[in-house]
Design a protein around this ligand. Sequence first.
Ligand code: SF4
Length: 358
Amino acid sequence: MNDGTSPNVLIWDVTFACPLRCSHCYTESGRRPARNLNHEEMLKVADALISFKPLQITLCGGEPLTVPRIVEVVQRFAEAGVKVLLYTSGWSLPARIVRELAPVIGKIVVSVDGATAEVHDRIRGRSGSFDHAMNALTVLEEESAQRSAAGEPPLRFGVDFVAVRSNYHQIDLMCSDIASRFPHLTSLAIGAVVPTGLASRTSYGDHDLLTDDEVKDLVDPETVSRLKAAAPPTVQVTTTDNFGVQMHPDYIAAHPDFRPLEIEPDGAVRGMPIYEGTVGNLLTDDPYELWERSRNRWRDPWVVEVIRAIRTRTDWAEAVRRIDQRFGTDEVRARIDRRPEFDPAQTSRRIPIRPVAH
Ligand code: SF4
């Protein structure tokens, strides 16, 4: 059991490889080396994370399902009693993998950023991605139904929707149309886009970052009631402004149960989730020492001052850019400098995307 002081919100981006090119991607996946570990190294990182005795861990990326033997990594956590939440774009989710995951996974969450192919594919940067996501949800639905019919615990699966300016008009349709297509769907989480990674660009803020009024509307109890009423009663609908990951000192002080730690694919530990800058690596450093260094980053007087000055989502994006520049390595800063301007006219691609180096 977690001792109440070590990290309890663990997020491991297991790869930066991804077949999609989402305009808001927090990790710039698919546009940078994947930085995958080999299988033995992955198990070593898994064991280091298990030493924190967390109740659950989130595996995301990148696309976790591109990682060889990812099911065995999930098994490692499950055997230690750690529930795994796995986030996928649903680009490729074969029934065989779902069958293997079903007995060991806590929940599989498919990202769907539009209630129509036109909106989803534009945001996700690849033609056909909406159909792939719907196919993935169908595979999950069938597996869950089969397990229920056989008297086994149903496979839990959900949908995650990143709310941006150009899809905000579809939040009701997500509840009434998409959620009702899958009778065993357990959750639909609608979260305001976080101004990190590609979503921290000034040009992104000018066009697709949710406005402060939209964020207020998203978490308004009336909106939440309306969305819940539009979805089937079996689906848990939630909305969030994602304020917690800003790491505001007042929020941290008021929420002692929020103790996040984000891990990059190669085992490097970030000083703070969503912000660039690492404090060491789980393959070489003591996990608790890394946790201490991470918390010291949160308390860094310069960081505290920058975060305390945030008033708006636009301010938050600027704070991310400042923190990224301050704590990122030369390589990180060079990657940030190479980011293209956000193109509001971006359409989904039809051409195959070349794989990036692992
Ligand atoms: S699917 Fe996820 S990891 Fe891949 S590009 Fe989109 S946001 Fe990034």
